[in-house]
Each structure stands twice: as C-alpha cells, then as structure tokens.
Design a protein around this ligand. Structure first.
Ligand SMILES: *[C@@H]1O[C@H](CO)[C@@H](O)[C@H](O)[C@H]1NC(C)=O
Ligand SMILES: *[C@@H]1O[C@H](CO)[C@@H](O)[C@H](O)[C@H]1NC(C)=O
Ligand SMILES: *[C@@H]1O[C@H](CO)[C@@H](O)[C@H](O)[C@H]1NC(C)=O
Ligand SMILES: *[C@@H]1O[C@H](CO)[C@@H](O)[C@H](O)[C@H]1NC(C)=O
Ligand SMILES: *[C@@H]1O[C@H](CO)[C@@H](O)[C@H](O)[C@H]1NC(C)=O
Length: 507
C-alpha cells in the first residue's frame, strides 16, 4: 500500500464492452487474437489480446496482494491488456473487455480507497449486461484510449459513454464532470471521496482520538452494541417508523444520552464510563481547523460505533498515513497528532489536484451530460453528510434550485447503506455487480443512467431491495424507494414499514 504521488495520478485502467455486431464466434475469436498487432495507440504497449470464454475464472498472479486475486467472467469477451506511458517515469496499466455482443455503449469504472487494482468485478458486471461498454480509469488518456479500442474493433463508433464508480471511483467520476466534461455522457458516482485531503484528516482524527483516549477512555467491545442501540433509539423514529433504518441522519442532531455506569458497577455490556462516553461523542464530531469546517461529522446510524472502533482500533489507518507521508509531506511524517496548521496545509497543497471541490458544473451541463450521485446513509468510511455538503455547494455556486439541478444532476440518499454496499436498508441498487436486484431502470442506477441519456427520462427515485438477512439467496425482505436530495423519506403507513407504499418523499 505504500505509494507515492505518481500512484494517484497514474492509476488508470480501462475496460470496454457491449452490443451486437452479428459475428460468428469463430470470427470474433480470430479478430480478437489479431487485435494485439492491429491497435495503434500512442505511447502504449499492447501486451495481449485473447478470447475469454464465459465461465472462465481469471487469475492475476502478478497483481499486488491487496487486489482481488481472481475474477469470474460471465460473458464471452475479447480481453485486451496494455500499458500506456503517462510520462517518462509513470505508466498506467489497463484492460479493455470487449463482449462478443455489443450494444455500442462504452462504460468506464473506477476503483476504491487508494487501490490501484483494476476493478475486474465491475468490468464483469458491465460486459455481462450485454448493453454496456465498461472502461475503468482515473485519467483522460485512458478514457480516450478506452473509447478507441471498441470503435476500432467493432468497426462502428460507440453510441454513448458511461462511467460507473464508487468511493475513489466516485471521485474519479466527479473529476470527469468537473475537469473533462466532454468525456462521458452519463456518470454514476457513489459515495465519493470528495475533499480528499480533509477526508484524510478527518479519518486521521479517529486514530488520534482513540490513541489519546487511552485504555481508560476506550469503550470495551462488549459495550458497542448497547451504545449503538442507544444512538439508534434517538434517531430511528424521526422518519416516522421505528424500523432500524434512519432515512435522513442529517435530521438527527441529538446529543447521545449514552448510559453511564453507576460508580462501582462493572457491567460493561450495558454502560460505559463518562470518559468513554466522551470518546463516543467525539466519533460524531465534525472536523474544524482554525474555525473553518473542514469535514462534516459522521452521521448517526446502526452499528456505526462498532464499525468505527473496529476500523480504527486495529491500526488500519494506512490510507491517511500513506497519504500524509507520501503525498503531502515526506516519509518521516508522523500524523498521529495532526495540527490545525497541517490540516489546512494539506487542503491547500491539494496534491494531484485531488480535492475536486468545484461547484461549477456548467460545462458538463451545457454539453448535455447527466450525473447520478448516490451515498449510503450509514457510511462508516466517508460521512454521507459530505455529499449533502457538495450538492449544496453546487447549488450555491451555480445559483440553481434543486428542481433545476435535477435536470442534469440527481443525488440519491440510500438509507441503511454502508460504504458503497451492505447495511440494513434496501441497498441493492445495481451500483456494483453484487448489488443487482433488477435491471429495471427504476431499481438500478446504471440502467437508470442509460435510460436518462437515451430516452431523456430522468430518475425520480431509485428503488432498492433488501434481502432477508442481507443474503440474496434467502429472498426479498422489502423494497423502498430512495428520494432525491433534498427530499427525504417519511413514513405515511400504518403498520408496515416494509411496504414501499408506506413511504413518501417530502421536502
Ligand atoms: C520524456 O522526456 C523527454 C526529454 O525530456 C521529453 O521531450 C518528453 O516529452 C517526455 N515524454 C513524456 C511522455 O513526458
Ligand atoms: C463485579 O465483578 C466482581 C468480580 O468479577 C463481582 O464479585 C461483583 O459482584 C461485580 N459487581 C457488580 C456490581 O456486578
Ligand atoms: C448487564 O446489563 C444487562 C443489560 O441491562 C443485563 O441484561 C445483564 O444481566 C447485566 N449483567 C450483569 C452481570 O449484571
Ligand atoms: C508518532 O507519534 C506518536 C505520538 O507521539 C508516537 O507514539 C509514535 O511512536 C510515533 N510513530 C512513529 C512511527 O514515530
Ligand atoms: C436470519 O438471521 C437470524 C439471526 O442470525 C436467524 O435467527 C434467522 O434464522 C435467519 N433467517 C434465515 C431465513 O436464515
């Protein structure tokens, strides 16, 4: 995971897929094998082009151990592997997956965290839809190359270009919206790591806070469920239903009344000390430096206290640590006690232009581009409040009301969703391959975007599906339509919070 500045600006890969050029399979295979010697892409080395049959399990023996070692391929594809020089000392590794049946659409996918792995799972999602062209990249060069490959191969130009990504992939999508508005027609960007430098400082704050609290101030694991239950109790009913899901955590401004143990008591599963309670409250504090809000506080949500303590107590602060040591300062930097000056310095130095905190999207709007932004309301890694804040920035910068923004920019708050997936809500919205409940555009953010571009039907809501015990094989538990910001869901039913008709989006 140790990586320098070039890593962030050069992590690129591209994948492509899509529709129907009627071709017999033998021709497709032959054309695919021949492609390696036919592609002429500046500054690139095409290593291989080979036919991969549906059902193949690809393995990546040379990949970094932090990348997924295998990926199943569910459609017949032509797999193109190449590297492109992005400067004299950096290059990007990229793949294009060209399905045997192509719809003419081009799709690029992003990645997560500070990962430099190719997002093979999203590539497979795209190609298996038969309607998608998938590309994955973080820079313009790869998008341009990615589009060229299918056009050359199929002999017809692609008809629409799409981007899909969550987390760092979501931020990469926003990079395209803000700085390269002509590259993609439709961008689906989830849980984005916008204001990256401040996100790193905010995440670093948990580590410092826990370290400073010491053993006395650190609530024992046995107490986490009780703390979470107490926090949930205070916020759950605000949407009208006590169902374990907080529809709009931004409405929950309570001071958590965490049960404090009476003196002498040692029942740590139901109460904590006042010093520990202080640590718990600190988890939800926004990050200020020199009186300026740098990053909003963690939203309340079920299980979040446990998740935060799990994440930050086990030394997993590599993201922030590596960022500060290799991008902002130098390898000797110790970020355990970040000062306000250092936080402000990181924000202002903005290495690799990574913050992407521009609210002017007029170029993207003017060229007819559409954005579908979503954020899980139970995100344990990037507080969802940051997405609300970004939407508000765009609204203020462009002087546009939400109804005007909806013409090209819709932001959905996915209640009960953790970081990019998972959680107790109706979180299957088709944002990644393993959260597809349906290809119906009303229930799938990717096909919703394709419909928006091709049929000019903007998404009103996005309906998620929850499975029993969050396990798809156990069957559907319930569905719920998620609202566009700034609308929020309120319960209007009588006795069935699982009935989608029991909910209504209001301002
Ligand atoms: C590599 O370095 C040479 C000589 O300094 C320069 O002319 C060239 O533009 C560089 N190439 C890239 C891809 O940056
Ligand atoms: C606390 O624990 C000790 C020993 O484990 C036990 O003897 C004592 O009764 C406990 N006190 C309370 C209030 O539960
Ligand atoms: C600790 O508190 C919980 C919840 O109030 C209770 O169920 C449990 O019996 C208590 N345990 C002890 C040892 O007092
Ligand atoms: C960083 O600082 C903390 C607190 O002062 C200290 O405990 C830790 O050992 C330091 N880490 C390194 C790698 O120097
Ligand atoms: C769901 O999980 C609960 C709690 O673990 C368990 O009791 C229940 O049997 C599970 N339901 C199904 C259908 O597996």
């Amino acid at each position: 995971m140790a990586m320098g500045r070039n890593f962030f600006v050069a992590a690129i890969a591209t994948i492509v897929t899509s529709v129907l050029v009627p071709r017999v399979n033998a021709d497709f295979q032959q054309a695919c094998v021949a492609l390696v010697s036919q592609l002429t892409i500046p500054s690139s080395t095409v290593a291989d082009s080979s036919f991969v049959e549906a059902g193949t399990k690809l393995t990546f023996p040379n990949a970094d151990p932090t990348c997924l070692p295998t990926q199943g391929v569910t459609s017949d594809i032509c797999r193109v592997v190449l590297t492109i020089a992005t400067s004299n000392h950096s290059s990007t590794f990229m793949e294009a997956w060209l399905p045997s049946s192509w719809t003419g659409r081009f799709l690029a996918t992003g990645n997560g965290g500070i990962g430099g792995s190719i997002q093979y799972i999203d590539m497979d999602y795209g190609v298996s839809l038969v309607v998608e062209d998938f590309s994955w990249h973080s820079l313009l060069t790869s998008a341009v190359v990615g589009k060229q490959i299918p056009d050359d191969f199929y002999g017809t130009p692609h008809s629409g270009s799409y981007y899909l990504g969550c987390s760092t992939g979501g931020r990469q999508g926003w990079k395209m919206v803000q700085d390269y508005p002509d590259v993609f027609d439709g961008i689906v960007a989830g849980s984005p790591t916008l204001a990256w430098d401040n996100l790193m400082s905010w995440a670093g704050m948990f580590y410092t806070m826990i370290l400073e609290a010491g053993p006395d101030g650190y609530p024992p694991a046995s107490s986490w469920p009780a703390i979470d239950a107490e926090l949930l109790k205070q916020c759950d009913g605000l949407d009208g239903a006590v169902d374990g899901i907080i529809e709009d955590p931004s409405l929950c401004n309570v001071q958590p009344d965490i049960p404090i143990c009476p003196p002498g008591s040692n029942n740590t599963s139901s109460c904590i000390t006042s010093k520990q309670a202080e640590t718990v409250r600190g988890v939800f504090e926004p990050l200020f430096a020199d009186g300026t809000l740098m990053f909003p506080g963690l939203q309340y949500g079920p299980g979040l206290v446990a998740l935060i303590f799990e994440i930050y107590s086990t030394g997993q602060f590599l993201y922030m640590d590596n960022w500060f040591r290799f991008a902002v300062y130098d390898p000797t930097f110790n970020m355990t006690a970040l000062t306000p000056d250092e936080i402000v310095f990181a924000w202002k130095s903005n290495p690799g232009d990574i913050n992407m905190w521009s609210g002017d999207l007029s170029q993207f709007r003017n060229r007819g581009g559409k954005i579908l932004h979503y954020h899980g309301q139970q995100d344990q890694l990037i507080t969802s409040a940051n997405s609300n804040r970004y939407y508000d920035l765009v609204s203020q910068t462009m002087q546009l009301s939400h109804s005007s923004l909806d013409e090209f920019y819709c932001f959905f708050r996915i209640s009960g969703m953790q970081h990019c997936a998972g959680g107790s809500g109706a979180t299957f919205i088709g944002n990644v391959e393993y959260t597809v409940a349906s290809l119906d555009p009303d229930q799938n953010v990717l096909t919703a975007m394709v419909r928006w571009i091709e049929e000019e039907i903007a998404p009103e809501t996005t309906t998620g599906t929850a499975y029993i015990n969050q396990t798809q094989a156990l069957g559907v538990d319930f569905r719920r339509a998620h609202c566009r910001y700034p609308y929020h869901n309120v319960y209007i039913g009588k006795d069935d919070a699982k009935d989608p008709a029991s909910w209504n989006c209001v301002l």
